[in-house]
Design a protein around this ligand. Structure first.
Ligand code: ADP
Length: 200
């Protein structure tokens, strides 16, 4: 059985960087966000169900979910957000299961689930052997994300404020990689130590 690791951290903490390092060491990666987005992208598995439940006018000419229309709908009828989630969640679960199966068939010893909202959503925990949290100071997050995205520092602070509080994330962690004041090379050393404990 492969070890199942949940990887999370606030925006700009270094999750993607750490995930890339774990993959270099042979971990298989499952990107929960990308899987979720794909269900409502053109040709996504959720679209026929969305058209059935909400109407064909919720689908764009390109064949994707019309997010603007859905946002308006969720504002007018708050329960429609849950209805949409009830369509998407089982499809995401199926796709994750099939990616896990493929990773196991390929002989992966460790599967890393990239779950930005792991702490916020809670329901993941039972499927994971360990939770790996990447942590740094909020102002480091702000500096990294502002440099990468062109968002203003205040815009980044607003995103951070909307995410799970740092303390809650740390409380959910089995392993913490502190990505503060580290060069990328030093971060790699930290990640290698964690990776060895995952059998990589
Ligand atoms: P996340 O996926 O958590 O949002 P990223 O891994 O994309 O974060 O990191 C955010 C930015 O900060 C990226 O541009 C990344 O290259 C940079 N970064 C992360 N950790 C370090 C580090 N230890 N040293 C230098 N740059 C870093």
């Amino acid at each position: 059985m492969a070890l199942r690791i949940g990887l999370t951290g606030g925006i700009g903490s270094g999750k993607s960087t750490v995930l890339a390092m774990l993959r270099e060491r042979g971990a298989a990666a499952v990107d929960a966000d990308a899987i979720s987005r794909a269900t409502t992208a053109p040709g996504g598995a959720a679209l026929p169900l969305i058209a059935q439940r909400f109407g064909a006018d919720f689908i764009t000419p390109e064949g994707a979910l019309d997010r603007v229309r859905m946002r308006e709908q969720a504002y007018a009828r708050p329960e429609s957000r849950r209805e949409l989630e009830q369509i998407i969640h089982p499809l995401v679960g199926e796709e994750i299961a099939s990616q896990v199966e493929a990773a196991l068939a390929a002989g992966a010893r460790c599967i890393v689930f990239d779950i930005p909202l792991l702490v916020e959503t809670g329901r993941w925990r039972a499927q994971l052997d360990r939770v790996l949290v990447i942590d740094c100071e909020p102002e480091t997050q702000v500096a990294r994300v502002a440099a990468r995205s062109g968002l203003s520092p205040d815009e980044v602070r607003a995103i951070i404020a909307a995410q799970a509080p740092r303390g809650l994330r740390l409380a959910a962690a089995d392993i913490v990689v502190c990505n503060e004041g580290l060069s990328l090379e030093a971060l790699r050393n930290e990640v290698e130590q964690a990776a060895r404990s995952f059998g990589l």
